[in-house]
Design a protein around this ligand. Structure first.
Ligand SMILES: NC(=O)C1=CN([C@@H]2O[C@H](COP(=O)(O)OP(=O)(O)OC[C@H]3O[C@@H](n4cnc5c(N)ncnc54)[C@H](O)[C@@H]3O)[C@@H](O)[C@H]2O)C=CC1
Ligand SMILES: CC/C=C\C[C@H](O)[C@H](O)/C=C/C=C/C=C\C=C\C(=O)C/C=C\CCC(=O)O
Length: 248
């Protein structure tokens, strides 16, 4: 992502000397991000690829371009997310593309395909734990991201993929996405519940994108974390959701 949480994560990755492909639909935002990265880190360490993640062929090509440019892939972050009145589109961006991005990540990193392993982080939301009448479909997609990622993490363990798969669930973060709460184009008829949403935002507080980047870096660098759901909130900071073990 070229703005918001994605932009903060790119900054942290590049400070840690990673080479990064920034994939985003928004060309002007992507060009600006790339030019800032070039000034700070040099032109060879990043690429910007304009891509609609819901276009399966374009997403496939973006992964291939990244591998062709940098030689291999170690980390995939499926971060693109929207809240649109067009609920099918919301599902395509927030869930279908996360699934596609995970499968593509595995094609390029899984030991199953003779690759060297890696790490995938799928971005969900605290909305998956504390739902709001203001965004039912968004909430459903974020539940979906958790279920899919946890099941895939188990598949990776059992299948010997060598790829860690984790989920990151931020609470409210100060990014352009939060502004969509006011707009009928985004919220549709549920925009009338915006006061409920804003009340919740005032109650829980709003996080800075840099803290989400810190959590992301922990998921990337700690190779003991696998199948985890990281939550980031104002009250508890970076912490993990705990699940009851399944009875057999
Ligand atoms: N801001 C918040 O309060 C929270 C955000 N999240 C999640 O974090 C992720 C990032 O969100 P933010 O940085 O806040 O949003 P943002 O709107 O600032 O950034 C999202 C980026 O995704 C890009 N994007 C949108 N549709 C795309 C598509 N079809 N193909 C490629 N790129 C596309 C946008 O151009 C934008 O650069 C999302 O998954 C969001 O649901 C989760 C919890 C809280
Ligand atoms: C239109 C709005 C668009 C984007 C913002 C998203 O909706 C965002 O993904 C939504 C976030 C919702 C957050 C909801 C709850 C936040 C809760 C807290 O901050 C703290 C609550 C509990 C902490 C205890 C725990 O960690 O279990």
């Amino acid at each position: 992502g070229a703005q918001g949480i994605g932009r903060a994560v790119v900054q942290s990755l590049m400070q840690s000397r990673a080479q990064v492909a920034v994939v985003d639909l928004n060309r002007s935002c992507g060009d600006q991000c790339k030019s800032e990265l070039d000034s700070e880190f040099g032109a060879d360490c990043s690429i910007f690829l304009q891509c609609d993640v819901t276009d399966a062929d374009a997403l496939t090509a973006a992964f291939q371009t990244t591998v062709d440019r940098f030689g291999h892939l170690d980390i995939v972050i499926n971060n693109a997310g929207i809240n649109e009145k067009n609920w099918e589109k919301t599902i395509q961006v927030n869930l279908t593309s996360v699934i596609k991005g995970t499968y593509l990540g595995l094609e390029h990193m899984s030991k199953e395909y003779g690759k060297g392993g890696g790490s995938i982080i799928n971005v969900s939301s605290m909305a998956a734990f504390l739902h709001s009448p203001h965004q039912p479909v968004y909430t459903a997609t974020k539940h979906g991201v958790i279920g899919f990622s946890r099941a895939m993490a188990d598949a990776s363990s059992l299948g010997g993929y060598g790829v860690r798969i984790n989920v990151l669930c931020p609470a409210f973060v100060d990014t352009p996405l939060l502004l969509s709460v006011e707009h009928e184009d985004n919220m549709g008829k549920f925009v009338k519940f915006k006061d409920d949403f804003k009340k919740s935002m005032n109650h829980f507080g709003v996080l800075k994108p840099s803290l989400i980047a810190d959590g992301m870096m922990m998921l990337i660098t700690d190779d003991t974390i696998h199948g985890a759901v990281m939550k980031i909130t104002c009250s508890k900071g970076i912490h993990f959701h705990t699940y009851e073990p399944m009875s057999t």
